[in-house]
Design a protein around this ligand. Structure first.
Ligand code: GDP
Length: 294
């Protein structure tokens, strides 16, 4: 992901390197190329426009063009703005000493169950005591998938029954926690292929009853701008506190991942980078920006 975008941005800036003096027109031509490469990488239109406007404002304002190394300075402004677009400082989900309940939501196939397992594994390796909850009340196969993952990483899995009511799930969870102390409960909820009203109602009810400390939306970065519409719909209906982008190891153009923070207004906490249980990394805007600019 990001290879082609990365090559094009660098090529655009490299063209400036050969020039003795850079005019405002040269700068604008470079910015147009950067804007085109963002759009072709499937970056959201508003995000691309805003990005280029900010780079232009900063470079025109800072006597960059009169400096001895204008291309380097422009590149450094592009870097700053990329980091900003990706959310600035790296953020992590809220993790208290105890009483953490993370509610995982997302479409079926987004990587929600795999990511729940990855999170449990990640925090277990940091000394936490996670519990997984398989909360799909309609698909036994989804619960089984989480049970198998839990066995593999040595994390217990509490499974709901078919059609179980949220109040019953809450009571069973509380009961479990009285005999088996756990400081991080990760609830893998039902996913569907598309957003449907019944699913949203069910999720909203379960969320209300369980009262999570974080609601994490799992977004497949291979699915392009559609992923962001889905994100907005989940946020409006359920309320989301942060994002996890999956499949960043894929060969999609990457623009959806780059626009996710800006379009949803939510911090990106983690990125999924392989199918393996270890394939989850905290999301660092600065590292991704460095990778893109090479
Ligand atoms: P769910 O329906 O949302 O629970 O999705 P799953 O967890 O079953 O994942 C769907 C598919 O995506 C599975 O084949 C996973 O192995 C795969 N997957 C999940 N996350 C990643 C990732 O970060 N990278 C890659 N390459 N595959 C992933």
């Amino acid at each position: 992901m990001f290879e082609s975008l990365s090559q094009r941005i660098r090529a655009a800036v490299d063209k400036l390197r050969g020039r003795g003096r850079i005019t405002e027109a040269d700068l604008k031509a470079t910015l147009r190329e950067i804007r085109m490469s963002l759009l072709e990488a499937d970056v959201n239109f508003e995000v691309a426009k805003n990005f280029v406007n900010k780079v232009q404002e900063k470079t025109l304002g800072q006597a960059v063009l009169e400096s001895l190394t204008p291309a380097e300075q422009i590149l450094s402004v592009v870097y700053e703005e990329l980091v900003e677009m990706l959310g600035g400082e790296a953020r992590q989900p809220l993790l208290k000493n105890e009483g953490n309940l993370w509610f995982m939501v997302g479409l079926q196939g987004s990587g929600k169950t795999t990511t729940s397992g990855k999170l449990a594994h990640f925090y277990k390796s940091k000394g936490r005591r996670p519990l997984l909850v398989a909360a799909d009340t309609q698909r036994p196969a989804a619960r089984e998938q989480l049970r198998i993952l839990g066995e593999k990483i040595g994390v217990p899995v509490l499974e709901v029954a078919d059609g179980e009511r949220p109040e019953t799930t809450r009571a069973r969870l509380q009961q479990h926690l009285t005999f088996d102390y756990r400081d991080l409960v990760i609830v893998d909820t039902a996913g569907r292929l598309q957003i449907d009203q019944a699913l949203m109602d069910e999720l909203a009810r379960l969320k209300q009853v369980l009262g999570p400390s974080e609601t994490l939306l799992v977004v497949d970065s291979m699915t392009g701008q559609e992923a962001l519409n889905v994100s907005k719909a989940f946020d409006e209906r359920i309320g989301v506190t942060g994002l996890i982008l999956t499949k960043l190891d894929g060969d999609a153009r990457g623009g959806a991942a780059l626009s996710a923070r800006y379009v949803t207004g939510k911090p990106i906490y983690f990125a999924g980078v392989s199918e393996k249980i270890e394939g989850l990394e905290p999301f660092y805007p600065d590292r991704l920006a460095q990778r893109i600019l090479g």
